[in-house]
Design a protein around this ligand. Structure first.
Ligand code: TXA
Ligand code: MG
Length: 326
C-alpha cells in the first residue's frame, strides 16, 4: 500500500531536477508538470502500469484517450502515420504550442493510450519546463509522455502547481512529483484538431482558433459546435470542467453569489467578484482560478458573463457551457 498525501512540489526546476524527474518517470512514477495551457499529469506513454496509475489518480474512465506529449514535430512519425499535408503545416506553424493533433496511430500508440481507437492525440507544449522534461525523457530513450490535465475527472483543470496539489494530493504517492513552473499563461486546454479526414475538424476549441487555422490553410472550417460534433472523442463530454458551485451564464447574482465578468461590468452590492478580465486572453488565463477561488470561499452560485465570441473566446464559452451543464 502506497503512503498517500506526501508527494513533493519542486519549484526550482534546474537541470538536475529535470534529470531526477525523468528518472522517476522511467521508474513508472507520475510527474505533474506545467504547460502553457494547464498542468498535466505525466507518465511514460509506453508503460502500461504507469499509465494505469494516471486513470486511478484522476478517477477517469478507461476509454478516455490520453494526449502524448513529444518535444518536436520531427518525432511525430514515431507515433502517427498517414499524416496529411495540412497536419504537417499545422504542426510546423503552431508547435510548440496549445494545439493537439489527432492522427492515425503507429504501433507505438497502444490501446491503453488511445482508449482502443486507431488514432492518437499528439502535442508539443510550449513551456520550458515541459519541453526540458520531454527532451530529457527522449534522450533517455523514452518516446513520449502521456498527460491529461492534472485534475480529478470532470473537475476544473489546474493552472498552478498548488492547484495540482489541492486536486490530487490525496491520490498521489510520495514517489510522484509536481514540478512548479508558475501559473499557466494560456489557462485553458489545447485546441484539439481531428486530422484523420480530408479536412481538419476542431473537436475542442482552444487558443489556436478557427480563424488562425483558416488563415494558415486557406480553407473554411465548419463552425465549432459541441453538440453537432459527431467525431468519437469519449473524453469530450457535454458536462466537464465543473466547480462545486453551481455556475450560471444568465440571470442576476444575489448577495453572497460569485461573479466573473469583464472589467467594465459593475459588481452588484454584496456580490463577490472572482475575476475582472480585461480581454479574452485575460479571461482564459484567470477563469479556472476564479472558479477554484469561488469553491475555496464556499460560494454556492457563481455567475459568469460569457466571453466575446471570437478567438479564444469561443473556447472560454465552450468551457463555461460545460461547467454550467450539471
Ligand atoms: O492542453 C491540453 O491539452 C492538456 C495539457 C496537459 O497538454 N491536456 C489535456 O488532456 O487537456 P485531457 O486528457 O484532460 O484532455 C484531452 C482530450 C480528452 O477529452 C480526450 O478524449 C481527447 O483529448 N483525446 C485524446 N486523445 C484522443 C484520441 N486519440 N481521439 C480522440 N480524442 C482524443
Ligand atoms: Mg482534462
Amino acid at each position: 500500500m502506497r503512503q498517500l498525501g506526501t508527494m513533493t512540489i519542486i519549484s526550482n526546476c534546474t537541470v538536475s531536477v529535470i534529470k531526477d524527474a525523468t528518472a522517476s518517470l522511467i521508474e513508472g512514477n507520475l510527474v505533474a508538470f506545467p504547460t502553457e495551457t494547464v498542468y498535466g499529469l505525466g507518465a511514460d506513454a509506453s508503460n502500461q502500469q504507469a499509465v494505469a496509475r494516471i486513470y486511478e489518480v484522476k478517477g477517469r474512465p478507461a476509454d478516455h484517450p490520453l494526449i502524448v506529449h513529444i518535444s518536436t514535430v520531427n518525432n511525430l512519425d514515431r507515433w502517427a502515420k498517414d499524416i496529411p499535408g495540412y497536419a504537417v503545416k499545422l504542426a510546423r506553424a503552431f508547435w510548440p504550442g496549445p494545439m493537439t493533433l489527432i492522427l492515425p496511430r503507429t504501433k507505438l500508440a497502444k490501446d491503453f493510450i488511445t482508449g482502443g481507437q486507431d488514432k492518437v492525440g499528439i502535442r508539443v507544449p510550449a513551456h520550458t519546463v515541459a519541453l526540458s522534461l520531454i527532451k530529457e525523457f527522449e534522450a533517455q530513450n523514452g518516446y513520449g509522455i502521456a498527460a491529461p490535465s492534472a485534475n480529478r475527472f470532470g473537475k476544473v483543470s489546474p493552472t498552478s502547481a498548488n492547484d495540482v496539489k489541492a486536486e490530487l494530493s490525496d491520490y498521489l504517492s510520495p514517489t510522484d512529483l509536481i514540478l512548479d513552473g508558475g501559473p499557466c499563461v494560456v489557462g485553458i486546454e489545447s485546441t484539439i484538431i481531428d486530422c484523420t479526414q480530408k479536412l481538419p475538424v476542431i473537436i475542442r476549441p482552444g487558443d489556436v482558433s478557427t480563424e488562425t487555422i483558416e488563415d494558415l490553410l486557406l480553407i473554411k472550417l465548419p463552425t465549432f459546435n459541441t453538440r453537432s460534433n459527431k467525431i468519437k472523442a469519449p473524453g469530450l463530454l457535454t458536462t466537464h470542467y465543473s466547480p462545486n458551485a453551481k455556475l450560471f451564464l444568465t440571470g442576476t447574482p444575489a448577495p453572497g453569489d460569485g461573479l466573473i465578468a469583464s472589467i467594465g461590468f459593475k459588481t452588484p452590492d454584496g456580490v463577490i467578484r472572482l475575476a475582472s478580465p480585461k480581454n479574452n486572453a485575460d479571461y482564459a488565463r484567470t477563469l479556472y482560478n476564479a472558479l477554484r477561488q469561488g469553491d475555496a470561499l464556499g460560494i454556492k452560485n457563481i455567475y459568469a458573463v460569457p466571453a466575446e465570441d471570437f478567438g479564444i473566446g469561443i473556447a472560454i464559452n465552450d468551457r463555461l457551457k460545460k461547467a454550467a451543464n450539471k
